[in-house]
Design a protein around this ligand. Structure first.
Ligand code: SF4
Ligand code: SF4
Length: 302
């Protein structure tokens, strides 16, 4: 049965996005993901649970959060702010410095639709719309299904960015409703894919072909990490796979960056942060050249 859900777990809504598709877009980041990419910039998406976040730089050490905690925790001092936390929010309310907050909040369809209604004017003038990202947004397919129906009614187009690790049959009714699909291909070697993300790539490559068969336009996105997937052999294999199976898809390379590090610290997950090397502009240009040599175009947003 096709499922609709009136609520979903949202990490963040990002306004004025200009790198997630055509025009000015609102990107809706949804929680939940089966992969554990070592370079992930959104580690709060790894569970569907409300997560306590501590912004250490705002904390004055007043200890008000500790006095109110029913679990006798010390929210401002714990190395892992989410251990034994029942998410009651007493500490968040008590902190006058706004040093504590929650990531991954439950939102309902009406709340998001109201927000998108306000943004619709920008979308009309710029050719923009909504982009669903994550985490793996399609894991919350019931929520997306309910939102897409409402966004369609507003004349707002929706794009989606997926890691490709999902059960195709569960979401196949949804895919044709998107105007464009970004799919990440992180590595062509399944053993290496598993070593760096926790899962092999077989399901992702199968889903790539199935998504392409829906006829929705597609961009393959590759997070480029020097130590992981920048080698010529891997890039050529990716280009050949695209040429043979997704011939009209274009390519976008996303150089690794360290901006996620602050999030790992705020979430008490610093031990999970892995530092990689950001590729140079020359390396990125060379990588694009490999795709262009196979007749695959670089993405251009309008
Ligand atoms: S209440 Fe806020 S400012 Fe005070 S110690 Fe706790 S986190 Fe820090
Ligand atoms: S959310 Fe509640 S249980 Fe968790 S640290 Fe704050 S006061 Fe304690």
């Amino acid at each position: 049965m096709v499922k609709h859900s009136n609520t979903g777990i949202v990490i963040q809504m990002q306004d004025y996005s200009i790198h997630d598709g055509d025009g000015v877009r609102t990107t809706i980041f949804l929680a939940g993901c089966h992969l554990r990419c070592q370079w992930c910039a959104n580690p709060e998406s790894w569970t569907l649970k409300k997560k306590l976040v501590l912004y250490k730089h705002k904390c004055t050490g007043c200890m008000k959060c500790t006095f109110v905690c029913p679990e006798k925790r010390i929210p401002c001092k714990m190395e892992r702010p989410n251990d034994n936390c029942n998410s009651c929010g007493e500490c968040v309310n008590a902190c006058t410095q706004k040093a504590l907050d929650f990531a991954c909040l439950e939102k309902d369809v009406d709340e998001l639709v109201k927000k998108i209604e306000r943004d619709a004017l920008f979308f009309r003038y710029t050719g923009g719309g909504v982009t669903f990202s994550g985490g793996e947004p399609l894991l919350q397919h019931g929520f997306i299904r309910a939102l897409l129906d409402r966004f369609e009614g507003l004349g707002v187009n929706s794009w989606v960015e997926t890691c490709g690790y999902f059960d195709f049959e569960t979401v196949q009714d949804l895919l044709p409703k998107f105007s464009h699909i970004f799919l990440d291909i992180k590595h062509m070697d399944s053993r290496k894919h598993k070593a760096f993300t926790g899962c092999g790539n077989e399901l992702i490559l199968q889903n790539a072909k199935k998504i392409y068969a829906t006829g929705v336009s597609m961009t393959i996105r590759i997070p480029i990490i020097a130590e992981v997937n920048l080698d010529e052999n891997n890039l050529v294999k990716t280009a050949v796979f695209m040429k043979e199976n997704l011939p009209s898809a274009n390519i976008e390379l996303l150089p690794y960056h360290e901006l996620g590090k602050a999030k790992y610290i705020s979430l008490g997950m610093e031990d999970k942060f892995v530092k990689f090397t950001t590729p140079t502009e020359k390396q990125i240009n060379h990588a694009y050249q490999i795709f262009q040599n196979h007749g695959i175009e670089k993405v251009e947003y309008r």
